[in-house]
Design a protein around this ligand. Structure first.
Ligand code: NAI
Length: 381
C-alpha cells in the first residue's frame, strides 16, 4: 500500500499533544508528515514544519494559507489533524471538510452543540472522514473491555464508574502560565474546562466500552482556585440508554494524582477495572471468583485487543500505540476511500463526529445541570 500524506494544524514545538500525534501518525509507516501550520506564531510554525520534513512550500504560516496551498495541489494531504486550542476546532475542521479533506480533530470537537451538529452534517455531505481524538479508546485493553462487554461476558452492565482526575492545575501561583490559562478562559476553552478537557475522555470511554449513550445527568461543578471562571473539579451522575447507571469524577486539582484516567465496569456476571497508568493490565473479576489479571499481548485476549498491540507480552505499550491505533484505523479507511477497496470493518474503530457531537451535548447538559444546582438534565440527541 502506498504511503499516505499527513498534515497538522497546531501541535507546535513544545505543545502538550503535538508530539504524541507525530509519533502516532508515523508509528506503522502509514503516514508521512508533509504539511503543517503548526504554531500560532507563523515563523515558529514554518521553521518547525521544515525541521519535521515538510518542504518549504508546505510549511505554512497559518491554517488558511495551508487550506489554500493544499487545496490547489494534486498531492494534497490525505488527512489533516487539528490540534489547536478548543475555540478554533470548529472553523478549521469545517473549512477543511468543506474543501474535501479528511480530518482528525482534537477534542472537544467544537464548543457549541449547533457547531457540532454542523460538523456532523458537513462530514456526511462531503463523504469525508471526520474523526475526533478520543485517543484512549485505542488502548488494546480498552478494546478488550469493549469486546468483552459486546460479547456478553459481563451480562447486563449495571454500573460504570469513570474517573479522570489529575493534580496539575492545583498550584494557584501557576494560574497565569499560558498553557494553563487558556483552559479556564471561556473565550478560548468554551463553557467548560475540566469536564470538556478531561471528563469528556472518561465519558467517551464509558460510552465506547459499554456501547451506550448518556441520556440524562446531574452535575456538581467547583472552581477550587479563586478567580477561575470555569470548573476545575466536577462530579457527574448519569444514566444511559441501555439502562446502565454511571458515575464520573474529573478534577484538575487532585494533587498527587497523575493522569488519573480509570474505568470500572460492573455487570451481572463480573467486573472490569482498567487504569491508563497501568495500561498493560486489565483486572477481570468473574462473579463469585477471584480477580485475574489479563495482560496485554496475551494470546487469551480477544482479536480486537490482539490487533491493537504491537509488542510481545511483558513489554510496555502506551499512549503512542493507542493514538497510533486510531491513525492505523483511519489509514485503512482512507486507503479504501482512495483506492475503492473495502476497508476491513474490524479496523474501522475510531471515534466519529457523531461521538464528538454526543460528547459536546453531554458537556452542555453538565454545565446546565451544575448551574441549576445539580438538577437532572436531558442530553440533547
Ligand atoms: P498547547 O497550548 O500545549 O499547544 C497548542 C499549540 O497550538 C501550540 O503549538 C500553539 O502555538 C498552536 N496554535 C494555537 N493556535 C493556533 C492556530 N490558530 N493555528 C495554528 N497553531 C495554533 O495545547 P495542547 O494541550 O497541545 O492542546 C491542544 C488541543 O489538544 C486542545 O484542544 C486539547 O483539548 C487537546 N488535547 C487532547 C488530548 C488528548 O488526549 N486527546 C490531550 C491534550 C490536549
Amino acid at each position: 500500500m502506498s504511503k499516505l500524506s499527513w498534515g497538522m494544524i497546531g501541535g507546535g514545538e513544545g505543545s502538550q499533544i503535538g508530539g504524541a500525534h507525530r509519533v502516532a501518525a508515523t508509528l506503522d509507516g502509514a503516514f508521512t508528515f508533509a504539511a503543517g501550520a503548526l504554531d500560532i506564531d507563523p515563523e515558529k510554525g514554518r521553521d518547525f514544519a521544515v525541521r519535521l520534513g515538510a518542504g518549504q512550500d508546505r510549511a505554512y504560516g497559518d491554517w488558511r494559507e495551508m487550506l489554500d496551498g493544499e487545496s490547489s495541489r494534486p498531492d494534497r494531504v490525505d488527512l489533516v489533524t487539528v490540534a489547536t486550542p478548543n475555540n478554533t476546532h470548529f472553523e478549521i475542521t469545517k473549512a477543511f471538510l468543506q474543501a474535501g479533506f479528511n480530518v482528525l480533530c482534537e477534542k472537544p470537537m467544537t464548543t457549541t452543540i449547533a457547531e457540532a451538529e454542523e460538523i456532523v452534517a458537513i462530514a456526511r455531505e462531503s463523504g469525508r472522514l471526520c474523526a475526533v481524538n478520543y485517543g484512549y479508546s485505542g488502548y488494546p485493553l480498552v478494546r478488550q473491555m469493549q469486546a468483552m462487554v459486546a460479547g456478553g461476558e459481563l451480562g447486563r452492565v449495571r454500573l460504570v464508574v469513570a474517573e479522570f482526575a489529575h493534580g496539575f492545575h492545583a498550584d494557584a501561583a501557576d494560574a497565569d502560565n499560558p498553557r494553563v490559562r487558556w483552559r479556564y478562559d471561556p473565550a478560548q476553552a468554551g463553557i467548560s474546562s475540566v469536564v470538556a478537557d478531561c471528563g469528556s475522555h472518561a465519558l467517551h470511554m464509558a460510552c465506547f466500552v459499554i456501547g451506550q449513550e448518556v441520556t440524562t445527568l446531574s452535575a456538581d461543578f467547583a472552581s477550587c482556585i479563586e478567580g477561575r471562571k470555569l470548573e476545575d473539579d466536577a462530579l457527574i451522575a448519569f444514566r444511559m440508554n441501555g439502562g446502565t447507571v454511571g458515575r464520573l469524577w474529573t478534577s484538575a486539582v487532585a494533587v498527587g494524582r497523575m493522569h488519573g484516567l480509570t474505568l470500572q465496569v460492573f455487570g451481572e456476571k463480573g467486573g472490569l477495572r482498567w487504569a491508563q497508568e497501568q495500561p498493560n493490565q486489565l483486572i477481570w473479576t468473574p462473579l463469585n471468583e477471584a480477580s485475574r489479571i489479563l495482560e496485554r499481548g496475551s494470546s487469551e485476549l480477544l482479536p480486537a485487543a490482539q490487533r491493537a498491540s504491537r509488542l510481545a507480552i511483558g513489554h510496555t505499550e502506551g499512549m503512542f500505540g493507542a493514538f497510533g491505533n486510531l491513525y492505523a484505523n483511519l489509514a485503512e479507511a482512507i486507503h479504501a476511500q482512495k483506492e475503492g477497496g473495502r476497508p476491513d470493518k474490524q479496523n474501522l474503530s475510531f471515534p466519529t463526529a457523531e461521538e464528538g457531537l454526543h460528547s459536546i451535548a453531554a458537556i452542555h447538559a453538565a454545565v446546565a445541570s451544575a448551574k441549576a444546582g445539580g438538577t437532572w438534565v436531558a442530553v440533547e440527541r
